[in-house]
Design a protein around this ligand. Structure first.
Ligand SMILES: [Mn+2]
Length: 432
């Protein structure tokens, strides 16, 4: 017997991959985890007759000769297949798109980093000229949209879009995709969201706008991560942390969501025993006072959260400066030579102001040109430290309508970062 399975808390990409495997491995039995996500569950409720799936309890594992694993590469993320693990005669076939390598050693592997696993399988079905029904195509396209965030997650590859085009041509219904992916948001979730909005505490930590929400929850409320995400979008902060208590005695669930330029949630929550991606994660914390949990998260953001790409990676140096005592004539010469519109003004190595071509307008008489630069410079200088993120630099530039920021370390100017440096970074053109 050949069976197909995928990861627990099965999402559409996992489920679509299981169904795709039934096309690629005719006769294989789809076995889905007992625990599947609510959207997939409601999909299955409607399409039960079309997809004859089973759970591991309905399978005689002694009869299994071949196991096809899709959209996962770690044993602990599967339902209980312990009996199979390590059986020498077992054939294992693995399809996975997660960049990290896992502990499932397979006899046959298709492992490529893609936005969605279903992309790999659609490519194979296409090669083998397998016919798809519109319902299959719709399901596969749903998996693609879910795992790539409708092609907006950074993991998205051109191959994902190619697979989507193929599925749409095969009759996938995009309006059905939209309704399948609608988050499970009902009365309970609405109440939690309202309470989150009312009880939130906003702080700026290490340059990030962060909001904490302690909510006591009665009974079971699903899709808290959806609620946390909505909360972040409404508040428009860099990161939101929901600290949910009362759901499981003695435990608190921490759910974090951040914007692409926010702190790395996965790293933060791993320190609390949980996990996740840069933008989303959760942790189950043994019950300590919610204030303590909040304090721990604050310390973590404060402490080791350095942006992965820092202003120091983008800045130009050495910087052309002008001494505060230099006459305006000298400034004019320097600007012409360098072909720039402004210069930082220094006293020794210390930054004391900025001066630009525009400041010549303040020069009234010819003899003013002999006056020192410091008489005309602007002393209100916005600066940035080298460890900040490109996004923080961009924000300062937008806020103060300036095109360049001196980079300051211990009062010394060590570089300058310009609008075009930041642009190049966002378009992924950072020099290696
Ligand atoms: Mn996936």
């Amino acid at each position: 017997m050949q069976i197909i399975t995928t990861h627990k808390n099965t999402d559409f990409d996992g489920f679509a991959s299981v169904i795709a495997a039934t096309v690629l491995y005719p006769g294989a039995i789809p076995v889905i985890p007992r625990n599947i996500n609510p959207n997939v569950r409601s999909f299955l409720a409607i399409h039960k007759d079309l997809f004859q799936v089973r759970t591991v309890d309905e399978i005689d594992l002694d009869k299994v000769r071949s196991l096809v694993v899709v959209d996962v590469n770690q044993w602990h993320r599967l339902d209980d297949f312990r009996k199979l693990r390590g059986r020498p005669s077992l054939e294992v076939i693995l399809w996975d798109h997660h960049p990290e390598k896992g502990d499932i050693n397979a006899n046959w592997v298709r492992h490529e980093a893609m936005g969605a696993n279903i992309t790999l399988m659609v490519r194979q079905m296409r090669l083998e000229k397998k016919a798809l029904t519109p319902i299959q195509a719709t399901l596969f396209l749903t998996g693609l949209h879910e795992d790539t965030g409708s092609f907006m997650f950074p993991c998205t590859r051109p191959e994902d879009a190619e697979a989507a085009a193929y599925l749409m041509a095969a009759g996938a219904d995009v309006s059905v995709v939209g309704s399948l992916l609608r988050p499970a948001y009902g009365e309970k979730q609405k109440n939690v969201l309202f309470e989150m909005l009312q009880t939130g505490v906003r702080e700026t930590i290490n340059g990030y706008k962060v909001s904490f929400h302690q909510v006591d929850i009665e009974g079971h409320v699903g899709s808290l991560s959806v609620v946390a995400q909505m909360c972040r979008e409404i508040l428009n902060v860099d990161a939101v942390f929901g600290i949910f208590t009362g759901k499981k005695k003695g435990k608190a669930i921490v759910i974090g969501r951040s914007s692409p330029e926010g702190p790395n949630i996965g790293t933060l929550l791993r320190s609390l025993g949980g996990g996740g991606h840069p933008g989303a994660g959760s942790a189950m914390v043994d019950f300590v006072n919610p204030d303590t949990i909040q304090e721990m998260i604050r310390d973590l953001i404060e402490g080791n959260q350095q942006a992965s790409v820092q202003v120091s990676d983008l800045m130009s140096f050495p910087v052309t400066t002008i001494a505060a005592d230099a006459p305006m004539t000298e400034l004019r010469k320097r600007l012409m030579e360098k072909g720039c519109t402004g210069l930082p003004v220094v006293d020794g190595e210390r930054l004391v102001g900025v001066i630009s071509r525009r400041d010549f307008r303040k020069v009234r008489k010819n003899k003013d040109l002999k006056s020192p630069v410091k008489a005309f410079m602007s002393r209100n200088v916005k600066t940035i430290s080298p460890g900040k993120s490109p996004m923080q630099a961009a924000r300062l530039m937008v806020k103060h309508d300036i095109g360049r920021l001196p980079v300051i370390e211990e009062d010394r100017i060590i570089g300058i970062v310009t609008r075009s440096d930041v642009m190049l970074y966002f378009y992924d053109m950072l020099p290696d």
